[in-house]
Design a protein around this ligand. Structure first.
Ligand SMILES: CC(C)(COP(=O)(O)OP(=O)(O)OC[C@H]1O[C@@H](n2cnc3c(N)ncnc32)[C@H](O)[C@@H]1OP(=O)(O)O)[C@@H](O)C(=O)NCCC(=O)NCCS
Length: 195
Protein backbone atom coordinates (compact mmCIF):
# COMPACT_ATOMS: atom_id res chain seq x y z
CA UNK A 1 0.00 0.00 0.00
CA UNK A 2 1.28 3.43 -0.90
CA UNK A 3 2.40 5.49 2.08
CA UNK A 4 4.65 8.33 3.17
CA UNK A 5 7.20 6.65 5.44
CA UNK A 6 9.79 8.07 7.79
CA UNK A 7 13.29 7.45 6.34
CA UNK A 8 14.39 4.02 7.57
CA UNK A 9 17.22 1.52 6.91
CA UNK A 10 14.70 -1.04 5.60
CA UNK A 11 14.66 0.87 2.30
CA UNK A 12 18.41 0.43 1.74
CA UNK A 13 18.32 -1.88 -1.31
CA UNK A 14 15.42 -0.11 -2.99
CA UNK A 15 16.70 3.41 -2.23
CA UNK A 16 20.01 2.59 -3.94
CA UNK A 17 18.23 1.10 -6.95
CA UNK A 18 16.37 4.40 -7.21
CA UNK A 19 19.62 6.33 -6.77
CA UNK A 20 21.05 4.46 -9.75
CA UNK A 21 17.94 5.26 -11.80
CA UNK A 22 18.28 8.99 -11.03
CA UNK A 23 21.99 8.87 -11.96
CA UNK A 24 21.27 6.99 -15.20
CA UNK A 25 18.67 9.63 -16.06
CA UNK A 26 21.21 12.42 -15.49
CA UNK A 27 19.28 13.66 -12.43
CA UNK A 28 22.04 13.67 -9.83
CA UNK A 29 20.46 16.43 -7.68
CA UNK A 30 17.57 14.04 -6.93
CA UNK A 31 19.69 10.90 -6.47
CA UNK A 32 19.77 11.23 -2.68
CA UNK A 33 23.56 11.23 -2.34
CA UNK A 34 24.40 13.84 0.30
CA UNK A 35 27.05 16.40 -0.59
CA UNK A 36 26.94 18.94 2.23
CA UNK A 37 30.19 20.71 3.11
CA UNK A 38 30.97 21.65 6.70
CA UNK A 39 30.07 25.16 7.84
CA UNK A 40 30.01 27.20 11.05
CA UNK A 41 27.33 24.99 12.67
CA UNK A 42 27.55 21.67 10.82
CA UNK A 43 30.30 19.06 10.51
CA UNK A 44 29.33 18.29 6.92
CA UNK A 45 27.85 15.16 5.35
CA UNK A 46 29.21 13.94 2.04
CA UNK A 47 29.01 10.37 0.80
CA UNK A 48 29.87 8.62 -2.43
CA UNK A 49 27.50 6.21 -4.11
CA UNK A 50 29.89 3.39 -3.16
CA UNK A 51 29.92 4.41 0.51
CA UNK A 52 26.13 4.25 0.57
CA UNK A 53 26.34 0.49 -0.09
CA UNK A 54 27.42 0.06 3.53
CA UNK A 55 24.30 -0.71 5.64
CA UNK A 56 25.61 1.14 8.69
CA UNK A 57 26.41 4.26 6.68
CA UNK A 58 23.00 4.17 5.04
CA UNK A 59 21.27 3.67 8.39
CA UNK A 60 23.04 6.72 9.83
CA UNK A 61 22.02 8.76 6.79
CA UNK A 62 18.37 7.69 7.11
CA UNK A 63 18.42 8.52 10.81
CA UNK A 64 19.92 11.95 10.08
CA UNK A 65 17.20 12.68 7.51
CA UNK A 66 14.45 11.61 9.92
CA UNK A 67 15.93 13.87 12.60
CA UNK A 68 15.85 17.00 10.46
CA UNK A 69 12.40 17.82 11.78
CA UNK A 70 13.87 18.58 15.21
CA UNK A 71 14.66 22.27 15.77
CA UNK A 72 18.14 21.47 17.14
CA UNK A 73 19.05 18.77 14.61
CA UNK A 74 22.54 18.93 13.09
CA UNK A 75 22.16 20.55 9.69
CA UNK A 76 23.79 23.12 7.40
CA UNK A 77 23.49 26.74 8.50
CA UNK A 78 21.14 27.61 5.63
CA UNK A 79 18.77 24.68 6.32
CA UNK A 80 15.57 25.21 8.29
CA UNK A 81 14.03 22.20 10.09
CA UNK A 82 12.20 19.93 7.66
CA UNK A 83 10.01 16.85 7.76
CA UNK A 84 11.33 14.29 5.28
CA UNK A 85 9.10 11.45 4.08
CA UNK A 86 9.85 8.63 1.68
CA UNK A 87 7.14 7.63 -0.79
CA UNK A 88 6.89 3.86 -0.45
CA UNK A 89 4.97 0.76 -1.34
CA UNK A 90 5.95 -1.83 1.26
CA UNK A 91 9.76 -1.77 1.32
CA UNK A 92 9.87 -0.32 -2.19
CA UNK A 93 11.25 3.22 -2.25
CA UNK A 94 9.44 5.39 -4.82
CA UNK A 95 10.57 8.92 -4.02
CA UNK A 96 11.01 11.64 -1.45
CA UNK A 97 8.94 14.59 -0.30
CA UNK A 98 9.92 17.08 2.36
CA UNK A 99 8.31 20.02 4.10
CA UNK A 100 10.45 22.95 5.18
CA UNK A 101 9.01 24.27 8.40
CA UNK A 102 9.80 27.93 7.69
CA UNK A 103 10.44 30.10 4.67
CA UNK A 104 13.76 31.87 4.29
CA UNK A 105 14.10 34.66 1.72
CA UNK A 106 15.34 32.12 -0.83
CA UNK A 107 12.57 29.64 -0.10
CA UNK A 108 9.92 32.38 -0.34
CA UNK A 109 11.17 33.39 -3.77
CA UNK A 110 12.38 30.14 -5.19
CA UNK A 111 12.17 26.87 -3.31
CA UNK A 112 8.86 26.98 -1.46
CA UNK A 113 7.79 24.85 1.51
CA UNK A 114 7.88 21.54 -0.32
CA UNK A 115 10.38 19.58 -2.40
CA UNK A 116 9.72 16.23 -4.05
CA UNK A 117 11.03 13.74 -6.55
CA UNK A 118 9.76 10.42 -7.88
CA UNK A 119 12.18 7.76 -9.15
CA UNK A 120 12.11 7.56 -12.96
CA UNK A 121 10.60 4.04 -13.13
CA UNK A 122 7.62 5.11 -10.98
CA UNK A 123 6.61 8.26 -12.81
CA UNK A 124 3.29 9.09 -14.45
CA UNK A 125 1.33 6.90 -12.06
CA UNK A 126 -0.04 9.74 -9.96
CA UNK A 127 2.54 9.30 -7.19
CA UNK A 128 3.69 12.93 -6.93
CA UNK A 129 0.08 14.10 -6.95
CA UNK A 130 -0.85 11.63 -4.20
CA UNK A 131 2.26 12.39 -2.11
CA UNK A 132 1.55 16.10 -2.21
CA UNK A 133 -2.04 15.49 -1.15
CA UNK A 134 -0.94 13.14 1.65
CA UNK A 135 1.65 15.57 3.08
CA UNK A 136 -0.86 18.42 3.40
CA UNK A 137 -2.19 17.33 6.83
CA UNK A 138 1.42 17.36 8.09
CA UNK A 139 1.72 20.92 6.81
CA UNK A 140 -1.50 21.89 8.59
CA UNK A 141 -0.20 20.31 11.84
CA UNK A 142 2.94 22.42 11.50
CA UNK A 143 0.78 25.54 11.13
CA UNK A 144 1.63 25.94 7.44
CA UNK A 145 -1.50 26.85 5.50
CA UNK A 146 -1.49 27.69 2.66
CA UNK A 147 1.64 25.91 1.48
CA UNK A 148 4.04 27.47 -1.02
CA UNK A 149 4.99 25.05 -3.82
CA UNK A 150 7.07 26.13 -6.80
CA UNK A 151 8.08 24.60 -10.11
CA UNK A 152 9.86 25.38 -13.33
CA UNK A 153 7.46 26.50 -16.09
CA UNK A 154 8.44 23.53 -18.27
CA UNK A 155 8.03 20.92 -15.51
CA UNK A 156 4.65 19.67 -16.67
CA UNK A 157 4.40 16.82 -14.16
CA UNK A 158 5.15 19.01 -11.16
CA UNK A 159 2.87 21.76 -12.36
CA UNK A 160 -0.03 19.36 -12.83
CA UNK A 161 0.57 17.78 -9.41
CA UNK A 162 0.41 21.22 -7.80
CA UNK A 163 -2.63 22.35 -9.75
CA UNK A 164 -4.31 18.98 -9.09
CA UNK A 165 -4.02 19.72 -5.38
CA UNK A 166 -5.75 23.06 -5.68
CA UNK A 167 -2.63 25.21 -6.01
CA UNK A 168 -3.46 28.86 -6.67
CA UNK A 169 -0.92 30.53 -8.93
CA UNK A 170 0.48 33.77 -7.53
CA UNK A 171 3.35 34.80 -9.79
CA UNK A 172 6.68 33.79 -11.32
CA UNK A 173 9.87 34.89 -9.53
CA UNK A 174 13.42 34.05 -10.54
CA UNK A 175 11.99 31.73 -13.18
CA UNK A 176 9.84 29.72 -10.75
CA UNK A 177 6.06 29.47 -10.91
CA UNK A 178 4.79 30.02 -7.36
CA UNK A 179 1.57 28.42 -6.09
CA UNK A 180 -0.23 28.48 -2.75
CA UNK A 181 -1.85 25.13 -1.94
CA UNK A 182 -4.54 24.97 0.78
CA UNK A 183 -3.42 22.53 3.49
CA UNK A 184 -6.56 22.07 5.49
CA UNK A 185 -8.25 19.67 3.12
CA UNK A 186 -8.55 16.60 5.38
CA UNK A 187 -6.75 13.28 5.31
CA UNK A 188 -6.79 11.22 2.08
CA UNK A 189 -8.68 7.97 1.84
CA UNK A 190 -7.18 4.67 0.70
CA UNK A 191 -9.14 5.08 -2.54
CA UNK A 192 -7.16 8.25 -3.25
CA UNK A 193 -3.82 6.43 -3.37
CA UNK A 194 -2.25 5.37 -6.66
CA UNK A 195 -2.33 1.79 -7.96
C1 LIG B 1 7.90 16.08 -11.41
C2 LIG B 1 7.73 14.68 -10.85
C3 LIG B 1 7.84 14.75 -9.32
C4 LIG B 1 6.32 14.17 -11.24
O1 LIG B 1 6.12 12.92 -10.60
P1 LIG B 1 5.00 11.89 -11.10
O2 LIG B 1 4.75 10.91 -10.01
O3 LIG B 1 5.37 11.35 -12.43
O4 LIG B 1 3.74 12.86 -11.28
P2 LIG B 1 2.21 12.39 -11.44
O5 LIG B 1 2.18 11.01 -11.97
O6 LIG B 1 1.49 12.68 -10.18
O7 LIG B 1 1.75 13.37 -12.62
C5 LIG B 1 0.95 14.51 -12.44
C6 LIG B 1 0.33 14.86 -13.77
O8 LIG B 1 1.37 15.29 -14.67
C7 LIG B 1 1.40 14.46 -15.81
N1 LIG B 1 2.78 14.27 -16.13
C8 LIG B 1 3.75 13.74 -15.33
N2 LIG B 1 4.93 13.78 -15.95
C9 LIG B 1 4.70 14.34 -17.17
C10 LIG B 1 5.53 14.62 -18.27
N3 LIG B 1 6.86 14.35 -18.23
N4 LIG B 1 4.98 15.19 -19.35
C11 LIG B 1 3.65 15.45 -19.39
N5 LIG B 1 2.81 15.22 -18.36
C12 LIG B 1 3.33 14.64 -17.27
C13 LIG B 1 0.71 13.17 -15.38
O9 LIG B 1 0.17 12.50 -16.48
C14 LIG B 1 -0.36 13.70 -14.46
O10 LIG B 1 -1.41 14.23 -15.24
P3 LIG B 1 -2.92 14.30 -14.73
O11 LIG B 1 -2.92 15.23 -13.54
O12 LIG B 1 -3.68 14.81 -15.88
O13 LIG B 1 -3.27 12.90 -14.34
C15 LIG B 1 8.80 13.70 -11.42
O14 LIG B 1 8.79 13.78 -12.82
C16 LIG B 1 10.21 13.98 -10.90
O15 LIG B 1 10.60 13.47 -9.87
N6 LIG B 1 10.97 14.80 -11.64
C17 LIG B 1 12.33 15.17 -11.22
C18 LIG B 1 12.32 15.97 -9.94
C19 LIG B 1 11.42 17.20 -10.01
O16 LIG B 1 11.25 17.82 -11.04
N7 LIG B 1 10.82 17.51 -8.85
C20 LIG B 1 9.90 18.64 -8.73
C21 LIG B 1 10.63 19.89 -8.50
S1 LIG B 1 9.46 21.24 -8.46
Amino acid sequence: MFELATPHPRFHRSFLAATDEFLAAGEEPYAGIPNLPPDRQFDGLSLTRAEMDDPGTFARYATWLAGLREPDSPRPANYVPSTVRWMADGDEYLGQISVRHELTELLLTWGGHIGYSVRPSARRRGIATAALRMILPTCAELGIDPVLVTCDPDNVGSRRAIEGNGGVYEDTRSGKRRYWVPANVGAPTVADTPA
